[in-house]
Design a protein around this ligand. Structure first.
Ligand SMILES: *Cc1c(COP(=O)(O)O)cnc(C)c1O
Length: 403
């Protein structure tokens, strides 16, 4: 299939170098790293420990022992929040401070903890998606056991001031967790510099394999495990290690660190070329999210009066995603766009662009041409466009549900 892939926030392809590194562990080197009585196990153990070091180097951790391997970032997010809550069991009426545009792995975990009596406090964010630091400070009190704030958002790419939040966390003596999945390999992430105590990692968002990830747990931070068993991973996550996955994750981390500067500046140029092209060729295209504090590979635009789903269909040949989520009964606008105050009709007109390693200038040029012609054609058929021209307020317009 000759699809031009621009949906790198959803997942990324496996880097061929990563596959090469994994191959022996999928075939001949099948030892169990916990079986240290013979060379096979020993060899697997060495590979796992190398991966731990590669991850520690990527995030600036002081020791590889601070990395706990998991099945992905969803598990890492669950382990961070639930593990800390259970470690603070003696604390009455504990609370966690977070924001409303976190990934569902955080929001749904928080919701489940709420049922166990944990109060979840949402600090304000502004219309660009940035957290309001004054409000954040006000939300913290003596009963706050954890702060959880994403490093960068997967829909609008906004990069949060984690360094400043780290300072606030230290001042208040509260633990800080960050979901850094979208940031790794795209911007510089450093747990020591930013006072981060817990950090979630996913393999498949940074050109590694799916089904593997990790949680950085700073030395001295106590966490109650969710999975009991053989006491693997310093007792924090039992289960025989996914050696090929872990080896791939480590290689992906090594490449992410090695290529960070070159790749992030290349992506910034491509992104700005796309943003500028849209601004020049399409009127009433509105950027969702912060104009500058965003990931080098992310753009999210609302193309007013045009239905996002229809625009995706028109941009055949490109893998992109919309600002809508289809549930069984209705077309919901994205909760992230809703939380930053984007009106429904604009959310349903929004497209997310997630650039990555395989993209180049020719593809951007091709996409701009497709977008320009498709938006023009779709607007000519759009009831909203006519209504807006006649001065009718369309803020509450509901797109008919098409399936
Ligand atoms: C994809 C993603 C996750 C979930 O990661 P998995 O490894 O797929 O479980 C968590 N947080 C963010 C921000 C993500 O983008």
């Amino acid at each position: 299939m000759n699809l031009i892939y621009m949906d790198h926030h959803a997942t990324t392809p496996l880097d061929p170098e990563v596959l090469d590194a994994m191959m022996p562990y999928l075939t001949t080197e099948f030892g169990n790293p916990s079986s240290n009585t013979h060379e096979m196990g020993h060899f697997a153990r060495i590979a796992v420990e190398k991966s731990r070091t590669q991850l520690a180097l990527l995030i600036g951790a002081s020791s590889p022992d601070e990395i706990v391997f998991t099945s992905g970032a969803t598990e890492a997010d669950n382990l961070a929040l639930k593990g800390i809550v259970r470690a603070f069991k003696e604390r009455s009426q504990p609370n966690i401070v977070t924001i409303a545009i976190e990934h569902k792995a955080i929001l749904d975990t928080a919701k489940s903890l709420q049922k166990e009596g944990v109060e979840i406090r949402f600090a304000k964010i502004d219309s660009s998606g940035l957290v309001d630091l004054d409000d954040f400070k006000r939300k913290i009190d003596a009963k706050t056991i954890l702060i959880s704030i994403q490093t960068a958002n997967s829909e609008i790419g906004v990069v949060q001031p984690v360094n400043q939040i780290g300072k606030i966390a230290r001042e208040h003596n509260v633990l800080l967790h960050t979901d850094a999945v979208q940031a790794l390999g795209r911007i510089d992430v450093n747990v020591l510099r930013d006072n981060i105590d817990l950090l979630s990692i996913s393999g498949h968002k940074m050109y590694g394999p799916k089904g593997v990830g990790g949680l950085y747990v700073r030395k001295g931070v106590r966490l109650v495990p969710m999975i009991d068993g053989g006491g693997h991973e310093r007792g924090m996550r039992s289960g025989t290690l996914n050696v090929p996955g872990i080896v791939g994750l480590g290689k992906a981390a090594e490449i992410a660190k090695r290529d960070l500067l070159a790749e992030s500046s290349r992506l910034t140029l491509l992104r700005d070329m796309l943003a500028l092209g849209i601004a020049e060729r399409i009127d009433q295209a509105k950027l969702n999210g912060h104009p500058t504090r965003r990931l080098p590979n992310n753009l999210n635009f609302a193309f007013a009066y045009v239905e996002g789903e229809a625009l995706l269909l028109a941009c055949k040949g490109f893998a992109l995603s919309t600002g809508s989520a289809c549930t069984s009964t209705s077309l919901q606008s994205s909760y992230v766009l809703k939380a930053i105050g984007v009106p429904d009709h604009l959310a349903h007109s929004s497209i997310r662009f997630g650039l990555g390693k395989s993209n180049n200038e020719d593809q951007i040029e091709l996409l701009l041409h497709k977008l320009e012609t498709s938006v023009k054609r779709l607007r000519e058929m759009s009831p909203l466009y006519d209504m807006a021209k006649e001065g009718i307020n369309i803020d509450n317009y509901q797109w008919p549900h098409s399936h």
